[in-house]
Design a protein around this ligand. Structure first.
Ligand code: ZN
Length: 537
């Protein structure tokens, strides 16, 4: 799961019992455990994108694909080698507002590569979707300006739509000609992410994939530089204007609160530069051919990210010198890859092949911004169309989940297929318990949603022990070295999660029609305006 987070009673006999009598026993807890134990071993050093540990993990996945009889999907090879650049910020960050300098990593966090100097506009949440009642940019001429925006989206909006609009904000402002961006943290954001944590990652290298001409891909090419402001620095923006920051933050904290934008009558200069180092890292992709020539060009994609965040460079605290520095990523996302491998094995050994071909992809660069998936969505490895996506990322496998949140399911005809698949294991579908986390845009399927492809992403739910287990994982282990084999794994839950996702993929592959967006879906309308739609049942 990309940084900021992220779920039924067992009706089938436990795998361990079945193992004694049947050689062909379905997904077993042992198999899930074995994959996670290998992938989360210290030897793989946290599987950072581009690292040797990740390469070893990729080799492991390819070997598993080969053993289960999948076909190499990339022109006879298992690997789609993605060209990347590591982008390291230099020590030259500058920000001034009306000539007054603000200090990087104290008052502000400055990022980007370039320099912008211009008048500043305040744009509220800076969201422009009139059909949803969002008109923050209607009366603002953002071209050539630096725009200051509140983080997130108005309270009370559907979380998946809000998360998408928020993630797309800078790209939209760039397309309208804004040249710089100032981020003002809402009260909600201040709670979620203390300023000390913002500063701690301020000089981290970032990664992006490279265009054919060797330049890093940039979704927002006009906005070269940006800065996130702490409370005091943000308050200065509003000095001498008709409104105070405190009043604006209070308004934005109310349900449906949408502070209106205005020109701040101030000028800002933002500047920073970077160093760029190219490297490659693979997506690993196997194919299970379909059985029906009529739908041979309609591919189903089952995907999970194999990369994690590598070795921690600067442990803090009293025991820092001896502290475990390897971010093993057992839950994030060895658990998802284990699920993918066992779902693939289930489908590959089934007596009848699915009608549609199924691609299994262990993608790279997720933790760096869903990059391997983005690349795969733009540079397909097969002739034909990916028609539906099942994504696997960080199931919390420390309890016997009895419900799941199926992100994306309510937007397309994938919904009923998911409901059928989860019902077999008596798993219920629940609404998003943490809408403020914006999970829908924080994993790989989102890149395919952006290409107009119906997608679904299951997260283990909050029913029963789920809330406690999920919250404990997120608070204490997410993106830390303690996301390792010492967690109290329930391997049977892993087997159940694999069975459910395998069944979802099978249902998609065998359905009479390829998945369609519902006509009223925001994502269908936004990303696949011309595609034929289905009527919501
Ligand atoms: Zn993650």
């Amino acid at each position: 799961m990309r940084s900021p987070y992220l779920a039924a009673a067992l009706l089938l006999a436990p795998a361990g019992i079945m193992a004694q009598s049947t050689p062909d026993q379905g997904v077993t807890a042992k198999a899930i455990k074995a994959h996670v134990a290998f992938l989360a071993d210290d030897l793989l050093e946290g599987r950072d994108t581009g690292s040797r540990g990740h390469q070893v993990a990729a080799r492991y996945v390819a070997t598993q694909f080969e053993a289960m009889g999948l076909t190499p999907a990339v022109k006879g090879d298992w690997y789609q080698n993605v060209p990347f650049a590591r982008v390291q910020p230099k020590d030259d960050a500058e920000l001034t507002i009306n000539g007054r300098a603000f200090t990087h990593k104290e008052d502000a966090v400055i990022s980007g590569n370039g320099r912008a100097e211009a008048d500043i506009l305040f744009g509220g949440f800076c969201l422009d979707k009139p059909e949803l009642g969002l008109n923050d940019l209607r009366d603002l001429k953002v071209k050539g300006k630096i725009i200051a925006c509140l983080t997130g989206f108005p309270k009370g909006m559907p979380s998946d739509i809000g998360a998408h609009l928020n993630a797309d904000k800078v790209r939209v402002l760039s397309a309208r000609g804004a040249i710089g961006y100032l981020s003002i943290r809402t009260l909600e954001r201040e709670k979620q992410r203390p300023w000390a944590r913002v500063i701690a990652t301020a000089d981290d290298a970032s990664v992006n994939w490279l265009n054919a001409d060797g330049t890093p891909y940039d979704a927002a090419p006009n906005i070269k530089v940006m800065a996130t402001l702490d409370r005091a620095a943000a308050a200065r923006l509003f000095d001498g204007t008709s409104r105070s920051l405190d009043a604006l933050l209070a308004e934005a904290d109310k349900k449906g609160g949408k502070p209106k934008g205005f020109a701040l009558g101030k000028r800002a200069m933002i500047s920073r530069s970077v160093g760029i180092t190219p490297f490659t890292s693979p997506n690993v992709i196997g194919l299970l051919p379909g059985s029906d020539p009529a739908v041979a060009h309609e591919y189903v994609l089952v995907m999970g990210h194999l990369d994690h965040i590598g070795i921690r460079t600067s442990p803090t605290g009293p025991d820092a010198a001896n502290a475990d520095k390897i971010n093993n990523g057992a839950m994030d996302n060895a658990a998802g890859i284990a699920t993918l491998l066992e779902a693939a094995r289930e489908m590959a050994k089934a007596p009848t092949r699915p009608r549609r071909p199924v691609l299994f992809a262990a993608v790279t660069g997720e933790e760096k911004g869903l990059l391997g998936a983005d690349y795969l969505s733009r540079f397909p490895v097969v002739d034909g169309q990916i028609v539906g996506v099942v994504n696997l990322d960080m199931p919390i496998l420390t309890y016997d989940f009895t419900d799941v949140i199926a992100f994306g399911a309510e937007h397309s005809t994938l919904g009923p297929l998911v409901a059928t698949a989860t019902a077999r294991d008596a798993v219920k579908l629940s609404p998003d318990p943490v809408p403020e986390e914006g999970l829908f845009t924080r994993s790989d399927h989102y890149r395919f949603v952006q290409r107009g492809i119906p997608s679904v992403f299951l997260v283990t739910g909050y029913a029963g022990d789920g809330a406690k287990a999920s919250e404990a994982f997120l608070a204490d282990h997410y993106h830390t070295p303690s996301d390792d084999l010492n967690l109290p794994f329930n391997w049977e839950a892993g087997a159940k999660f694999a069975r459910i996702n395998s069944l979802i993929a099978t249902e998609i592959a065998n359905a009479p029609e390829a998945p369609r967006w519902y006509a009223d879906s925001f994502f269908g309308k936004t990303f696949a305006p011309a595609a034929p739609k289905a009527k919501r049942p």
